[in-house]
Design a binder for this molecule. Structure first.
Ligand code: SDX
Length: 392
């Protein structure tokens, strides 16, 4: 304590805002969007309906949902000039770096969406981004595969269109397996919002200066990229494959994760708020079994993940610290089964989190939150006079 300022690095004990969007109970491992439990939404809802729920606060009637989807579909294309920016990237560029750049660049092509303040203008900026984001996200996969970009098909649902944007080969039709679409839809629901996590707090902080929606979301994508946050789903697969290549020796990697001299952490484990099972991880683990079985895939990586989870849950170090699998632990196994490249996993997380980021940004603006500007504890040099270079 220094009188006026309470230090709280990482904001572990700081409430930054009031919000009506998402509630999570870290002790009990519970999560709900606008009061609806994630288990029911994952089972019964759809990603576009959850988008509406997060942004509008209520489940839509069929008429309201149809209008919302039509509003988004109206914007499911982007300016051809943006392809020049995409072409400038090397195919080795990480998709998250490409996506954060293209999202910020949208401001230049949609000036009416930048300086918005009325509810109507913020809604238009929101559906504009919801329509264009899957196009840009799909471009990042086409880039790393050296394939030409695809264009939206208005006859398809939001997730079906996203899937064909990602995978349709030039000049060919793509038969769309409902098992795959259902798996992606469920994963996107489970990633849609998570109260004041690192990337959402970043979106709110950038937006608190009244920077536009696209610039604020671009900041959130950058924060999500980090391996301690959304980048963990890519790091989990890389870790599981390393264990598999190392003879499946999970105990060896558990020991590395506990060794304070070793920077290695068990990726996909632990959480700032959940000190119990992450409810999303429970649902995704079951979904992973179902999807692989329906697609007739027997992936040894899934067995290694289960072995690693079991060993960690029985280990004193992890139990003492309430470390459980989080949302990123099993999601990559499903993405891999759907032939999504590992470096695209965090882009998939961003596509899911987009409606949550947008809803939080709108709430921050609608409630006139002040510009975010924390203080600090200065521990640098005391006052001193300038010394000319010849005297140094
Ligand atoms: C997401 O916030 C959100 O809601 C995020 C998210 C969302 O939906 O937006 O849920 C998505 O980002 C999930 C988290 C994905 N990240 C990972 O899986 C990376 C591995 N996890 C850790 O880096 C860590 O658990 C964090 C970053 C998730 C949480 O870090 P904290 O809350 O700052 O906890 P900490 O680093 O202070 O750890 C507490 C103790 C430490 O040991 P001690 O110093 O007490 O001896 O637990 C240890 C840590 O060393 N620890 C781990 C560990 N996680 C914590 N040790 C080994 N492996 C781990 N994974």
């Amino acid at each position: 304590e220094t009188g006026l300022i309470t230090m709280d690095p990482g904001y572990k004990n700081t409430g930054a805002c009031e919000s009506k969007i998402t509630f999570l109970d870290g002790e009990e491992g519970k999560l709900m969007y606008r009061g609806y439990p994630i288990e029911q939404l994952a089972e019964k809802s759809s990603f576009v309906e959850v988008m509406y729920l997060l942004i509008k606060g209520e489940l839509p009637t069929q008429k309201e949902l149809d209008k919302f989807v039509a509003d988004i579909t109206e914007y499911n294309y982007v300016s051809e000039d943006l392809i020049k920016i995409l072409d400038a990237f090397p195919s080795s560029a990480h998709p998250m770096g490409v996506l954060t750049s293209l999202t910020a660049a949208l401001s230049a092509f949609n000036p009416k969406c930048v300086d918005v303040s009325s509810a109507e203008d913020m809604y238009r900026a929101a559906v504009t981004l919801l329509g264009k984001f899957t196009v840009l996200a799909s471009w990042t996969q086409r880039k790393i595969k050296g394939l030409p970009v695809n264009y939206s098909n208005d006859k398809l649902s939001y997730v079906e269109n996203f899937y064909q944007l990602l995978f349709r080969k030039p000049g060919q039709d793509l038969d769309i397996d409902p098992v795959i679409i259902d798996a992606i839809d469920k994963l996107l629901i489970l990633h849609a919002d998570h109260e004041q996590n690192c990337s959402t707090s970043s979106v709110r902080l950038v937006g608190s200066s009244h920077a536009g929606l696209f610039a604020s979301i671009s900041g959130g994508i950058s924060a999500l990229w980090g391996p301690l946050h959304g980048g963990a789903n890519q790091a989990v697969l890389e870790m599981l494959e390393a264990i598999s290549n190392d003879g499946g020796d999970v105990e060896k990697y558990l020991a590395k994760a506990k060794d304070k001299n070793d920077p290695f952490r068990l990726m996909g484990f632990g959480h700032r708020v959940y000190k119990n099972f992450d409810p999303r991880a429970k649902i995704i683990k079951v979904a992973a079994d179902n999807v692989l079985e329906k697609l007739g895939i027997n992936d040894p990586i899934l067995e290694i993940a289960k072995k690693l989870e079991q060993a960690a849950l029985e280990d004193e170090y992890f139990k003492e610290r309430n470390l459980y699998p989080n949302v990123d632990f099993y999601s990559g196994i499903i993405y891999k089964a759907l032939d999504i490249p590992t470096e695209m996993f965090t882009v998939m997380f961003a596509v899911g989190r987009l409606p949550g980021w947008i809803a939080q940004w709108m709430e921050m603006r609608e409630t006139n939150q002040p510009i975010g500007r924390p203080r600090q504890l200065y521990t640098g040099s005391p006052l001193r006079d300038y010394v000319e270079i010849e005297k140094r």
